[in-house]
Design a protein around this ligand. Structure first.
Ligand code: GDD
Ligand code: MG
Length: 428
């Protein structure tokens, strides 16, 4: 791949957010070929050889959250994920009257048999998964029935826990309703490119779509941003500007459903519920590492966090789920910004006004739920309970072979303290 080097960085405490990077060439050949130098720091375009991308992919799990998606589309998504990644399908599809989960299970098993690869599958609402989270010391993700709560964020959290059990270093997320397998393939390569470029072990890559095509008057219109993203980005940038004292439009990926991070970063983040999960990643990064309050992770403060935003070459075609759905998503996104302790008062009025126009301002009365970080998960009891109790947990060509420690790796940090610190809004 040949990719633009970031030319502009917005700093917020220990968090570095890079400007959107464009891709010049999707595949730039192997490292041992005469394809031009890739290590010249003066270059504005970096070449990342094909084998460097594969090296990252081998260490990466791709979590596919799936709820009631069309099987043919899901099959295309599976086919698009590069061979060396481990696919983890977390489904919340119906079990009756039609057992759609069973259909997904059969499709995944057949795919893996044909192409000889491993995968992991689980149903989000499997009581055994709920038991496993309880045994692992994370009962907060469970509802009154003891099942993992419904929601995309919760499905992603379950996927991250499985990736951690597999000893993966990186985790990426790809929606199950993407029409174009080639786009899926590119997203994962883009994840690998960003993670390859990262200098800190605490890195995140967020996909900025080239465009999101819509059919209008019998022709395709290649829209630049989705209806939720524009609003989310506006308020996230407003928040960053408030602290730095300079206007900015650095954030273009507030809602990026397709994103990846190093496990070392991901397991320290708090996930939030449903569709608020992606905007909350930005908020939580700034809460934890922005310097507004002391960070529970001094090791991260020392190395810093890098956030890459990579613009795809492929357009994003996915299922259209309607305006009501978009309205809910916007309410979820603005809710987590509004309720954060880093949200400045002057931003709260405009957020409320924006939701009033949508008719969803009442939703601000109910702050969205967020969960403790997975770093505190006790992996041994989690896995033992999963294997014993979760009937839908399936390893296709088993991958969980690492000996797990019986005690928590490192306990979850204490909740954030109350002292006010110094937020470092700066640009370079
Ligand atoms: N496991 C699981 N559990 N998966 C779910 C659930 C759930 O409760 N709810 C939805 N999903 C899956 C869907 O099947 C799909 O694969 C993916 O999560 C995204 O859900 P969509 O309903 O298709 O969301 P969207 O297309 O409107 O929004 C996407 O893009 C936004 C950015 O524009 C999502 O990725 C959003 O999270 C993102 O902010
Ligand atoms: Mg979708």
């Amino acid at each position: 791949m040949r990719i633009e080097v970031p030319t502009y960085t917005e700093r917020f405490g220990a968090v570095r957010i890079y400007n959107v990077q464009r891709i010049f060439e999707l595949d730039s050949g192997l490292s041992d070929t005469e394809n031009g130098r890739d290590d010249d720091p003066a270059l504005t375009i970096r070449r990342i050889p094909y084998d460097s991308l594969i090296n990252i992919e081998r260490r990466m799990a791709i979590v596919v959250p799936c709820k009631q998606e069309r099987l043919k589309i899901l099959e295309g998504v599976l086919a698009g994920i590069p061979h060396d990644c481990l696919t983890i399908l977390v489904s919340n599809s119906s079990r009756s009257p039609i057992d759609r989960f069973r259909m997904e299970q059969e499709a995944l098993s057949q795919f893996c048999r044909l192409v000889q690869r491993s995968a992991i599958l689980i149903h989000q609402r499997d009581p055994g998964l709920g038991e496993a989270f309880r045994a692992g010391g994370l009962p907060e993700v469970l509802d009154e029935e003891g099942l993992v709560r419904n929601g995309k964020g919760e499905g992603m959290l379950a996927g991250l826990a499985l990736a951690k059990l597999c000893g993966k270093d990186f985790v990426g997320f790809i929606d199950a309703d993407n029409y174009v397998p080639g786009a899926v393939n590119e997203y994962v390569k883009d994840f690998a490119a960003g993670l390859h470029l990262a200098q800190s072990p605490y890195a995140m890559v967020r996909i900025s779509w080239h465009s999101k095509p819509k059919v209008t008057r019998r022709r395709l219109f290649f829209e630049r941003y989705g209806r939720t993203s524009e609003v989310t980005n506006h308020f996230l940038n407003g928040l960053v500007s408030h602290y730095s004292g300079f206007g900015t439009e650095i954030i273009k990926t507030g809602n990026a459903g397709e994103h990846a991070f190093s496990l070392q970063l991901g397991e320290r983040l708090c996930f939030s519920t449903g569709y608020s999960v992606e905007p909350y990643q930005y908020i939580n990064l700034l809460e934890l590492f922005g310097g507004v309050r002391p960070s529970p992770y001094p090791e991260v403060m020392e190395q810093g966090v890098e956030v890459f935003q990579i613009e795809t070459r492929n357009p994003h075609f996915h299922e259209n789920k309607g305006s009501k759905h978009v309205g809910h998503m916007r309410a979820d996104a603005l809710n987590v910004i509004y309720h954060s302790f880093i949200c400045p008062e002057p931003l709260k009025g405009p957020i409320r006004e924006c939701l009033q126009k949508d008719g969803t301002a009442d939703s601000l009365d109910h702050p969205r739920r967020s969960y403790p970080p997975l770093r505190g998960l006790r992996t041994q009891p989690f896995l033992e309970t999963l294997e014993r109790e979760a009937s839908t947990f399936q390893q296709i060509r088993p991958v969980i072979t690492i000996p797990l420690p019986s005690e928590p790796l490192i306990p979850a940090p204490e909740p954030l303290g109350k002292e006010e610190g110094q937020a470092g809004g700066q640009r370079s």
